[in-house]
Design a protein around this ligand. Sequence first.
Ligand SMILES: Cc1ncc(COP(=O)(O)O)c(C=O)c1O
Length: 362
Amino acid sequence: MMAKLSREQLNNGVICSSAGNHAQGVALSARKLGCDAVIVMPVTTPEIKWRSVERLGATVVLKGDSYDEAQSYAKLRCEQEGRTFIPPFDHPDIIAGQGTVGMEIVRQLQGPLHAIFVPVGGGGLIAGIAAYVKRVRPEVKIIGVEPSDANAMALSLCHGQRVVLEHVGGFADGVAVKVVGEETFRLCQELIDGIVLVSRDAICASIKDMFEENRNILEPAGALALAGAEAYCKYYGLKGETVVAISSGANMNFDRLRLVTELADVGRKREAVLATFLPEEQGSFKKFAELVGRMNITEFKYRYDSNGKEALVLYSVGIYTDHELKAMVERMESSELKTVNLTDNDLAKDHLRYFFWKTGSI
Ligand SMILES: Cc1ncc(COP(=O)(O)O)c(C=O)c1O
């Protein structure tokens, strides 16, 4: 799209809003084309992302809590300053540019290909890939992958119209978009085969897998497709098929790695998060410890109830098999210690981790 701009447009400069890698693409193109670029990013953007944009010579403005707020501000400045707005996903030229990823895959993989898994934010990448691949290899499935708390495309496809999310999870910040594009939605409705939703823990587990196998560290949005491919292959029992998962970004803030390593074990079901209610009476904690037995406690919080009847113990245990976890919960229950498995409850896990690490940006 930028290569098509006239000299006059280039002289007036460009502006874009981006929660992800689009910012770096625009900054690099502007440098190559010799034009001034302003990039508006949400205030929540990891430092590693806006610093790399600055390094490419663009002016970074951090504005708004979400991508959509950053976009409104960028459009306003675009009108005031006569710059050209370079949209991150909802434009035929941007979509066509993203389609070159599909072209590269098809050229490099001549043999049978079952599916391509693509991370989805506003839908530009998947729309471009689908438009190209379905034309030349219509048998290849194109599957989108979204975080379960940023599922604007899945909901829109389900309702047959674009749905605006009230809240959008920011963990995979590169794809944290409240509403997908008009053109990207139209293309996805027509061309893609489905969407897989994945949890934050599953994304973390995929980041870990990628590191262990290739020594690459992906950012959450960058590991999304891998997590989706894994879930899909497991669900359909796929074996011996070729699938491609697009690992789209590696802008991982170093501080975030601690949370990722914590959650990766939960994602692989090597750790379970539990809550047990203990009567406030002598010996009940000792009984609890005995019932935990040889299980390894990895986190622990004891909350005394002010009415003095019951305490809540929030804790995590390392697990090797589902059976040993089930057996421990049964031991608790048969000793009348009510126990709830919170392993799939993100709020409880955030609370536990915040208590320990005071991690503000979960
Ligand atoms: C890391 C990453 N993955 C994937 C995407 C794809 O997003 P979209 O669906 O908006 O094209 C982006 C967009 O910026 C991104 O930053």
